[in-house]
Design a protein around this ligand. Sequence first.
Ligand code: CP
Ligand code: NVA
Length: 301
Amino acid sequence: MKHLLKLGDLSTQEITQILDLADQLKAERKAGIPHRHLEGQTLGMIFTKSSTRTRVSFEVGIHDLGGHAMFLSSRDIQLGRGESIKDTARVLSRYLDGIMIRTFDQKDPEDLAKYGSIPIINGLTDYCHPCQVLADLQTIREFKGSLEGKKLCFVGDGNNMANSLIVGGIKMGMYVSVACPEGYRPDADIIAWANGTGRLQITDDIFAAATDADAIYTDVWASMGQEGEAEERKRVFKGYCVDAKLMSVAKPDAMVLHCLPAHKGEEITEDVFEAHAAEIFEEAENRLHAQKAVMVLTMKK
Ligand code: CP
Ligand code: NVA
C-alpha cells in the first residue's frame, strides 16, 4: 500500500490486512510489547480543520512505532498563504517520511501523493474519512465477530462519513443502508459504484433503513466548513435522530457508532449515546490502532 487517499483505492484483501494488523498492534500495546516498526521516522500532520481524535491518535501512534510527529497547522505554514500543494509536496518529501493531511478538498491529498514522493494518509476531507471507517470496521468486527453479511445503517447527512462507510462496508461484505433527506445524499460516484454491488439502500425513511440493522451509525448534521448552514440543516435533518424508538426496529443486540464529536439532542439522544458508550469509545480508541496499521503498511521501509 503506497498511500491511503480513499477506501475506494483499497481491495478487500488490503482492508482485511489493515484490520488484522490493527488488532495485532492493539493486543501488543495492551500487553506492553513494543512494536517500533517506524524507528526514527517523522510524520508531518497538516491540519486545515480542527481535530481532537485524529491529531492525538496519529501523534501517539507514530510515537508508539518509534517515530515522531510534527503538527503543521495551515495557519502557520506557507500553504495557508497560498504556496501550492505541488511545491509543498516536493519540499516536505525531502524532510519527512510520511504526511497525514486533514483538509477540505479531496484533490489536496491526491495532489500531495501525485507530486510528492512519500506516503500520504487522508485524515479527512469533505469527500471521505478513510481512517475513521477503518477504525469503525475494526470495532464492528470486534463486537460482532465478523463483517460479512452484517447490515450497517447510517442515519443523517450523506457526507464524508456516509461516503466512506458505504465503500468500506460494502468492500467488507456488509449491506449498507443510508437514511438521508433528498438533496443530502452521498456523492453520486459513490452511489453509482455501490448500486453496482446491489448492497446499498438509500431512503428518506429512517425506520426502513434501520430495520434489522446490526450497527447504527450517525454523524453531525453540519460538518466542518458548513457552520453557516447549521440553522438550515437543523430544520432539514429534524427527525434524523438515533433515539430509542429507532433502536427498537434494529436487531436487539445492535451496536451504535458515532465518529465524534457528537451533538447530543440532534443526531443522537443522550440516552442512546450513553447506553452505547462502550462501543462508541472503543471506536474512538481504535482510531489509534487502525492508523498505526496504516502507517506501518505505508511507511515501513
Ligand atoms: N472523528 C474524528 O475524526 O475526530 P476529530 O475531528 O476529533 O479528529
Ligand atoms: N462529518 C464530520 C466528521 C468529523 C469527524 C465533519 O466533516 O466535520
